[in-house]
Design a protein around this ligand. Structure first.
Ligand code: AMP
Length: 213
């Protein structure tokens, strides 16, 4: 049987990326993070990367036309497997386009999961976030022995994302409120489930697995 199709929504810094990786592993799903796909394109300086980087560094959304092409390509590549979509859709046109693409293939979204976290918690969390430049593992400065520590998984350098600077985080939160909160409302009648994103990572994962059953 084909796996589940899950969309995970939440403000930047809600922990949706961390949880998406864990849920993908537990439920044997492919994890699609549009942020990771874009950052990889920026690093490789592809046409998409060159077009997207300025928006990303300013904390703005990449235009829908670019995102629709990217997501169509990813879904085609994945085919029949189940997936968890992390970072898409972020606007109403993206949500509508996703619904259309899935309907064409007789597929549907099984669950939409919202991770809910307070803005001030997010600003603090993101200013402390460090990401491995090689394997993308995520750390918090508060749990590292020193700010220069290497990635515990692969030895890669830990870096601060350019869009995790405080001003940019505040702009990203505003963009979320204006453009992505309507997507949450769009799914309210379509199987949306909410999980509180505060507390330990393991506890949140357990709660997500519970509500997805
Ligand atoms: P994330 O890693 O999900 O926080 O994404 C980082 C940045 O990538 C966002 O702030 C946007 O600039 C861009 N991005 C990722 N996904 C999307 C999307 N679905 N629509 C528009 N921009 C996106």
């Amino acid at each position: 049987m084909a796996g589940k199709h899950i969309v995970i929504l939440g403000p930047p810094g809600s922990g949706k990326g961390t949880q998406a990786v864990r849920i993908a592993e537990k439920l044997d799903l492919r994890h699609i993070s549009t942020g990771d796909v874009l950052r990889d394109a920026v690093n490789r300086e592809t046409k998409l990367g060159l077009e997207a980087s300025d928006y990303m560094n300013r904390g703005l959304l990449v235009p829908d036309e670019l995102m629709l092409g990217l997501i169509a390509e990813k879904l085609a590549e994945i085919g029949d497997s189940g997936w968890i979509l992390d970072g898409y859709p972020r606007t109403l046109p993206q949500a509508e386009a996703l619904g259309g693409m899935l309907a064409e293939q007789d597929m549907r979204i099984d669950h939409v999961l919202l991770i809910d976290v307070d803005s001030e918690v997010i600003v603090k969390r993101l200013s402390e976030r460090r990401v491995c430049s090689k394997c993308k593992a995520v750390y918090s400065l508060s749990t590292l022995e020193s700010p220069d520590e290497a990635c515990r998984k692969c030895g890669g350098e830990l870096v601060k994302r350019p869009d995790d600077e405080e001003d940019t985080v505040r702009r990203r939160l505003k963009v979320y409120e204006e453009q992505t909160a309507p997507v949450v409302d769009y799914y309210r009648n379509g199987g949306l489930v909410t999980v509180k994103g505060a507390g330990g990572i393991d506890k949140i994962t357990a709660e997500i697995l519970r509500v997805l059953q």
